[in-house]
Design a protein around this ligand. Structure first.
Ligand code: HEM
Ligand SMILES: *[C@@H]1O[C@H](CO)[C@@H](O)[C@H](O)[C@H]1NC(C)=O
Ligand SMILES: *[C@@H]1O[C@H](CO)[C@@H](O)[C@H](O)[C@H]1NC(C)=O
Ligand SMILES: *[C@@H]1O[C@H](CO)[C@@H](O)[C@H](O)[C@H]1NC(C)=O
Length: 317
């Protein structure tokens, strides 16, 4: 009696939290799918290094709004206003034409639409990070997500964290997605690549005190008090390399966004300690980033007969 109960507990512990997604989902139905995605991502990054960052951010913005279901890719229709015009996305998220390119290439290779747009985002994010960061950032991406038949601008506004958030707001936002402090600090490492517009950090460089003064002064040149709203500044000093420069900068009050610097205040918090650890140990960062992005990719996927496999990532079938 007691031993069968113990057995049940052991079996429960052995089942992964999301047993519906698997790295082998396309092995039989289209064995070349992942290779095709990687090749298109690689070509796109050779054309423009920043696109890797943009693809990673698309996966994040997909998952944080009703789960990883490709909803971020849907254009507005008569039936719903999609997520593309929500505050955190408008005039900001990009990479849609590369997603279209991947979708066309993978459907052609598979001879029919079997790979979901949500899985394309998860895979393109993984490939981008590994291409820009090296083999220690490679992981087996879990697959089998299906695509949503609706999207919601209101849900995007409610669920994506803005850069004005303080530490407790960031924590509660991540908590609402089932993510903890370590996930917040590791996933914010996404800001080791890519760029931000002047509007997203202007208040920080003119008004805040926990910023290195000479760093703030240098940023003001490309981000005036008035005008230059769309001028871009790299999120860390090496914006096309997935490395630990982002965390090193936080130690020196050189985080670009208000939300970035919230992760390190030098007061010995759990978050401070993680920033210090990742700044010194690229391998620990790589390990924790991979764990957390897989966890993020498991958020509320549509599986089985839910949703659909879109033929065109921008609209429902
Ligand atoms: C913790 C809360 C987060 C906040 C408040 C935040 C906010 C922002 C903002 C304001 C930008 C600049 C957008 C623009 O100016 O157009 C940005 C860019 C970016 N974010 Fe985040 N972000 C967060 C977390 C994440 C996570 C978890 C990831 C991925 C794992 C991520 C990946 C990126 C990337 C790669 C870019 C650059 C995109 C590009 O250059 O196209 N961010 N983020
Ligand atoms: C809107 O919804 C109706 C009813 O579900 C559907 O028949 C129609 O095709 C949808 N229109 C668009 C543009 O998606
Ligand atoms: C964070 O922001 C919220 C909402 O503005 C505020 O209520 C809270 O006091 C702030 N927390 C800290 C520690 O500043
Ligand atoms: C600085 O803060 C003040 C007071 O909150 C605000 O009115 C002003 O717009 C801020 N300056 C910038 C450049 O964001």
């Amino acid at each position: 009696m007691a031993s069968s109960y113990l057995m049940l507990i052991m079996i429960t512990l052995l089942i992964p939290t999301n047993s519906l997604l698997t790295p082998h989902f396309y092995d039989k139905v289209c064995p070349q799918a992942l290779q095709v995605i990687k090749s298109v991502v690689h070509q796109a990054i050779l054309r423009e290094r920043r696109i890797g960052a943009s693809l990673l951010r698309l996966h994040f913005h997909d998952c944080f709004v009703n789960g990883c279901d490709g909803s971020v890719l849907l254009d507005d229709t008569k039936n719903f206003t999609g997520e593309k015009t929500a505050f955190p996305n408008i005039n900001s998220i990009r990479g849609f034409s590369v997603v279209d390119e991947i979708k066309a290439a993978v459907d052609k290779a598979c001879k029919r639409p079997v790979v979901s747009c949500a899985d394309i985002l998860a895979t393109a994010a993984r490939d981008s990070v590994a291409i820009l960061g090296g083999p220690q950032l490679w992981y087996n991406v879990l697959l089998g997500r299906r695509d949503a038949r609706k999207a919601s601008k209101a849900a995007a506004n409610a669920n994506l964290p803005p850069p004005t958030f303080n530490f407790s707001q960031l924590i509660s936002n991540f908590k609402s997605h089932g993510l903890v402090v370590k996930d917040l600090v590791a996933l914010s490492g996404g800001h080791t690549i890519g760029f931000a517009k002047c509007t997203t950090f202007r208040n920080r460089i003119y008004n805040e005190t926990n910023i290195d003064p000479s760093f703030a002064a240098s940023l003001r040149k490309n981000c005036p008090k008035k005008g230059g709203d769309n001028n871009l500044t790299p999120l860390d000093f090496t914006p096309s390399k997935v490395d630990t420069t982002y965390y090193k900068s936080l130690l020196h009050k050189k985080g670009l966004l208000h939300s970035d610097q919230q992760l390190f205040k030098g007061l010995g918090s759990e978050s401070d300690k993680l920033v210090q650890l990742y700044s010194k140990s690229p391998l620990t960062f790589a390990r924790d980033f991979k764990t957390s992005i897989i966890k993020m990719g498991n958020m509320k996927p549509l599986t089985g007969r839910q949703g659909e496999i879109r033929r065109n990532c921008r609209r429902i079938n």
